[in-house]
Design a protein around this ligand. Structure first.
Ligand code: ADP
Length: 165
């Protein structure tokens, strides 16, 4: 089976990410989740916290046999250093398309041996994003349908300590 990398911010991981991951697991082995330390974004969770939440979430939903790493710098360099054949990205509605198209073609230009494969999420998660989850959690809304319990707890702790310290 081809070896694949599933990169992203995962700030935090949601059931949308997990849905894509389950689909990717059927097609690629090994599958490695790469949590990016992106200096362009100001994440809610540190890269180590995000990695830990991915690991805990996968344990909680019973998905094994997936590597989780962190990386900074160019995605294609990370892919090359791991010797992966494929970069997996998830697609939601058309809003993802422009950015994903640009990213995939740039990566192909940098290394034509690594293919980007897009997987579509289940319809029920097609509106779901980490940003929306954070927005709901910030105001105390119920995010249990969107994220595993460990992530829900981490969001509560984060927003509690942010606003009550
Ligand atoms: P990035 O900052 O790299 O876009 P994200 O964590 O937001 O990182 O997303 C990582 C990947 O997962 C992207 O390809 C994104 O389109 C995909 N993704 C995020 N949420 C969903 C979802 N609800 N359904 C399908 N794919 C998703």
């Amino acid at each position: 089976m081809p070896k694949a990398l599933y990169p992203g911010s995962f700030d935090p991981i949601t059931y949308g990410h997990i849905d894509v991951l389950v689909r990717a697991k059927k097609l690629f082995r090994p599958l490695i989740v790469a949590v990016v330390e992106n200096p362009r974004k100001t994440p809610l969770f540190s890269v180590e916290e995000r990695k830990r939440l991915v690991e805990e979430a996968l344990r909680e939903v019973g998905i094994g046999d997936v590597g989780v790493i962190t990386y900074s710098g160019l995605l294609i360099e990370c892919a090359k250093s791991l010797g992966v054949d494929v970069i997996v990205r998830g697609l939601r509605a058309t809003s993802d398309f422009d950015y994903e198209f640009q990213l995939a073609l740039t990566n192909r230009d940098l290394d034509s041996d690594v293919e980007t494969v897009f997987l579509m999420t289940a319809g029920k998660y097609s509106f779901l994003s980490s940003s929306i989850v954070k927005e709901v959690a910030r105001y105390g809304g119920d995010v249990s349908k969107f994220v595993p319990k460990c992530v829900e707890r981490a969001l509560k702790d984060k927003y509690h300590s942010k606003y009550h310290s």
